[in-house]
Design a protein around this ligand. Structure first.
Ligand code: ASP
Ligand code: MG
Length: 405
């Protein structure tokens, strides 16, 4: 069986961690599997390198940034290979270009174009454990590129796809995906399985377990992922096309406090207003999440929408001129809000999920300001101060018998 294993920065942070990873890798190797290991830079190395660059030149070109940042992974692959060597197993470490990662030339957020697998295959044929630097590749000019922060998940999934691996195991500092944040909700439970679509919804909610691009790629090429921890040797959560049919309607309840609500009050109620507003927002490269438009009255209406918390200012600035021109009463934003969401493919075929969520929030005296839904997600915007309590009552409604407050 061919297995791709990926270890994040915290899993290889120091010598002890590196040996722990070497244990995990060689255990699987001893069972007779072929192993490709993808690693990130140790601990905070990438952040430290960015800091070093700032000291020299805060406006360094992206090409030189990639040259610098790719060094982090060069260190970790060599150290891991040395640890595996010391344990007496055949191993070889490869940089992105050596492993055949060809990318486009968008430095610092390059896309993988193809992976030339000859070298990796030759090493596997020699029974070597192959340790590959994540997050990096080479463009057609022979220059080093990187895939963007958190990009080694994508390196691992891409390798699993082209090599037709049995599974891509992604080791992180959490041991799986939970029904809610286990640090906040006592009886949050670990999920055995979750679908790609559910995982993508959770990732955009800020549950940063896996890099989004890696999940999109896994979905596209049907690569089964397992999220697990390198510290606790227990099975993790599998991310795959169709999770086994279970009675679970909802997979997870999550909160996102990285939200700003922008309000435009008293804008003329005429055709084209929404286009004028949101085309300006798009031009400013601001992502809009929930949108609410009030019913017109006195020939005016209100439009409210949400953006990431740090984009509130920019959103208002992008609209200032237009608002002045057409004469709206007011534009403002506040960040005193939170988005609470429930995610689950099961709700596609079951009615009443959204209303149950609204019911328990109402019973808890929590006011809903905005609502948005997709086939597999219901989100509400509420006051930030109610966020934790909201997750707790919503989680209880779908996962317990008793409402613990
Ligand atoms: N070392 C890179 C980063 O910190 C890539 C990764 O960790 O996936 O963003
Ligand atoms: Mg990292």
């Amino acid at each position: 069986m061919l297995i791709v294993q990926k270890f994040g920065g915290s899993s290889v942070a120091n010598a002890e961690c590196v040996f722990n990873v070497a244990e995990i890798v060689t255990e699987k190797y001893k069972e007779g599997n072929k192993i490709i290991v993808v690693v990130s830079a140790q601990g905070d190395t990438t952040d430290d390198l960015i800091e070093k660059a700032r000291e020299i030149n805060p406006h360094a070109s992206r090409r030189e940034m990639d040259m610098l940042l790719s060094a982090g992974e060069q260190i970790s692959i060599a150290l891991l290979a040395m640890a595996i060597e010391k344990m007496g197993f055949p191993v070889v470490s490869l940089l992105g270009w050596q492993a055949g990662f060809n990318t486009n030339s968008t430095y610092s957020s390059a896309r993988i174009k193809r992976i030339q697998t000859e070298r990796i295959k030759a090493e596997l044929d020699k029974n070597n454990i192959v340790v590959v630097a994540g997050f990096q590749g080479v463009n057609r000019f022979g220059d080093i590129t990187t895939l963007g922060r958190g990009g080694s998940d994508t390196s691992a999934v891409a390798l699993a796809a082209v090599m037709n691996a049995e599974i891509c195991q992604i080791y992180t500092d959490v041991d799986g995906v939970y029904t809610a944040d286990p640090r906040k909700i006592k009886n949050a439970a670990k999920l055995d399985e979750i679908t790609y679509d559910e995982m993508l919804e959770l990732a955009t909610l800020g549950a940063q377990v896996l890099n989004n691009r890696s999940v999109e790629m896994a979905k596209k090429y049907n690569v089964e992922i397992e999220v697990l921890s390198s510290k606790s040797r227990v099975p993790g959560t599998k991310v795959k096309e169709a999770a086994k049919m279970e009675k679970m309607l909802i997979k997870s309840a999550a909160k996102d406090t990285n939200v700003a609500r922008v309000m435009i009050v008293g804008i003329p109620d005429v055709p084209g207003v929404a286009f004028q507003i949101f085309s300006r927002i798009a031009k400013a490269h601001i992502n809009v999440d929930i949108i609410l438009q009030s019913v017109g009255r006195d020939k005016t209406k209100d439009i409210t929408f949400t953006v990431a918390a740090d984009k509130g200012n920019a959103a208002v600035a992008a609209l200032k001129e237009y608002i002045d021109m057409v004469g709206a009463k007011e534009i403002s934003f506040d960040t005193d809000v939170a988005k609470i969401s429930i995610v689950g493919a099961g709700m596609e075929t079951h009615e009443g999920v959204a209303s149950r969520m609204f019911e328990v929030l109402g019973d808890a005296g929590i006011n809903i300001q905005m609502i948005s839904t997709s086939e597999i997600k219901v989100s509400v915007l509420i006051e930030a101060k109610d966020a934790d309590r909201a997750v707790s009552v919503v989680h209880a409604a779908f996962f317990d018998d008793s409402l613990a407050l």
